[in-house]
Every structure is written in C-alpha cells, then in structure tokens.
Write a protein that binds this ligand. Structure first.
Ligand code: C2E
Ligand code: MG
Ligand code: MG
Ligand code: MG
Length: 279
C-alpha cells in the first residue's frame, strides 16, 4: 500500500506520535514531582458491599491526581504511564503508606474499620523481591494487622509473571494480607491457577457487568465464573454495578459482593470514614 509510505503520511504519523510522547513525558515529569511530597495526590475510597444484605464488606482505594498545570488526570491515563516510565513502584508505595496511615488513624480514634481496605498494586511492584519485606515493615511502622489490608492485582498483570506472583503471594499470606484478582475476564488465566495463587476474591470486570440483563453472552460468562469461583472456595465480586436490574440479576446468579455507582461512588477517604465509621 504505497500511500502509507508517502512522505506526507510519514510526517503526519511522526507528529502525532511525538505529541503523544511529549504529553506522556510531561505527565511523567509532573507525576514524579507530585510523588515527592504528595502534592495534588489524594486517596479516594469506594465501598464494597454484600450484594444481598447491602452491608459494607470493604473499601477499594482509588488514587486521584490534580496537577497544577494539567488539571485533573484520570488514573486510566497516568497509571499506564507510571508503569511504562518507572514510577509505579513509588506510586504504589505512596498509596499503600497513605492507606496504612488512615487505618492507624481510625484505630487511634477508636473507630477502626472492621473490614479490609483494598489497595491496587501493579505487577511491577508485586514481583519485586523485597516487596513482601517492605510491606511487613510498613505494617510494623503503623502498628496495623495484615488482616486489615487486601491487595488487588489485575488478572493480566498476574499472567505476565505467574512464578514471581506466587512467591510474593505466599509471603503476603503469612502476613495475613489477602489477595483479590482484579478485572477478571480480561486476562487469560485459569481459575485453577488462581486457586493455587491463593486469591481470596475474584473481581469480575465491569465490562461483563454493565447492562448484563441485555447481554446473553456476558450472562453465560458471568454465571459460569461465579459458579467456578465459589466452587473453588473463593469469593466473587461484581465491578461496575450501576442499576437495580443488574444487582437483581447478580443476586439470582449467586454473586456475593458488589461494587459500583448503585451502591457508592468513590469518595474522599475522610468522607468514606465519616459515612461508614461513625465516631
Ligand atoms: P479498577 O481497580 O478496576 O477500579 C475500578 C474503576 O472503576 C475505578 O476507576 C472506579 O472509579 C470505576 N468504577 C467503579 N464503579 C463504577 C461504576 O459503577 N461505573 C463505572 N462506569 N465505573 C465505576 P478509576 O478510579 O478511574 O481507576 C481506574 C483504574 O486505575 C483502576 O481500575 C486501577 O486499575 C487503576 N488505579 C486506580 N488507583 C490506583 C492505585 O492507587 N494504584 C494502582 N496501581 N492502580 C490504580
Ligand atoms: Mg481495583
Ligand atoms: Mg477492576
Ligand atoms: Mg479496571
């Protein structure tokens, strides 16, 4: 296809690429700066619920970033850039540290969260040889128990380095930290592997959940996943539950936990505490 190689096409392609790269470099630079003292970074938490009783079952920490020059940037944009440009280790540690600090603070105020706080961790962090030890020291430093923490690893991240993941997973288990597989259905793992990995929870990706009552193919996938996950002794949570119809369908299919705008939006961590941990 000749036109593709014509000079004008090459120029357009190059300019687009360089704009994209320039933006990524700018984001990475600003993010690196933000991670130094946490300026512009804020932890949000979204509640997780028992889908039948609607009681709080936990909370997922979601990072928010407002850059003074570039404005609000979504984690869907900055997390992949942090991963590509070597910043994700610092970012994950920042979020874990802030999360543990919050747990300690609630404890000291006598309003400890009885459920776990769930923190997203990139595979690049998870596979670091010293990650388990770093976490152990973190728990020590804030005097909190591993039972108060859960880590979420995406299914695709997991399959990127299954061996490395198994090592860290066994260390975490000794600390009492539980593991959830995030965005399940978008990677290519087998449930048998997840069982070996000792995951406590499988989070079914929101792509399968949104509007599930109209989608027979998603229904088949989700029904089979719920059955197998529970059969293997793990818990199943549906992500992105937005409507009562979706929730009703999930209850009927045997889903145990849910997260989504129907139940709660992500909110500032202090707001989350005020809503769910009344003093
Ligand atoms: P995730 O871990 O799968 O988080 C769920 C995402 O779905 C969040 O987007 C949340 O705000 C959104 N969400 C929750 N309920 C609903 C719903 O009912 N409808 C819709 N449309 N969306 C819903 P968010 O906060 O933009 O985060 C995007 C992704 O960025 C996360 O996906 C996670 O993979 C990553 N991420 C966020 N914070 C962190 C972090 O601190 N560390 C790391 N490593 N990754 C993070
Ligand atoms: Mg998550
Ligand atoms: Mg997810
Ligand atoms: Mg996701």
């Amino acid at each position: 296809y000749q036109a593709k190689h014509s000079p004008s096409h090459v120029v357009i392609y190059d300019r687009r690429m360089s704009e994209k790269v320039e933006r990524e470099v700018a984001i990475a630079g600003q993010l690196q700066q933000a991670l130094k003292d946490g300026t512009g970074l804020e932890l949000y938490v979204q509640g997780q619920f028992n889908i039948t009783t609607r009681e709080l079952s936990g909370g997922e920490v979601l990072l928010r970033w407002h850059d003074p020059l570039m404005g609000r940037i979504s984690p869907a944009d900055f997390i992949p850039i942090a991963e590509e440009r070597g910043l994700i280790g610092a970012l994950d540690k920042f979020v874990l540290q802030q999360s543990c600090q919050a747990i300690q603070q609630w404890q000291q105020q006598g309003r400890g969260l009885s459920q776990r706080l769930s923190v997203n961790v990139s595979m690049a962090s998870f596979e670091q040889a010293d990650f388990g030890i770093w976490l152990e020291q973190l728990l020590d430093r804030f005097d909190i128990n591993g039972h108060q923490l859960e880590l979420e690893i995406t299914e695709s991240g997991l399959m990127h380095n299954p061996k490395g993941a198994l090592k860290t997973a066994s260390l975490l288990k000794q600390l009492g930290i539980s593991l959830a597989i995030d965005d399940f259905g978008t990677g290519y793992s087998s449930l048998a592997y997840l069982k070996q990995f000792n995951a406590t929870k499988v989070k079914v990706d929101q792509a399968f959940i949104m509007g599930i009552t109209d989608q027979e193919r998603s229904q088949a996938i989700v029904r089979a996943t719920i059955g197998m996950v529970r059969e293997l002794g793990m818990q199943v949570l549906a992500e992105g539950v937005e409507t009562e119809q979706d929730a009703a369908w999930l209850v009927a299919a045997g889903c145990q936990f849910a997260q989504g705008y129907l139940f709660a939006r992500p909110m500032r961590i202090n707001e989350f505490a005020d809503s769910w941990l009344p003093s």
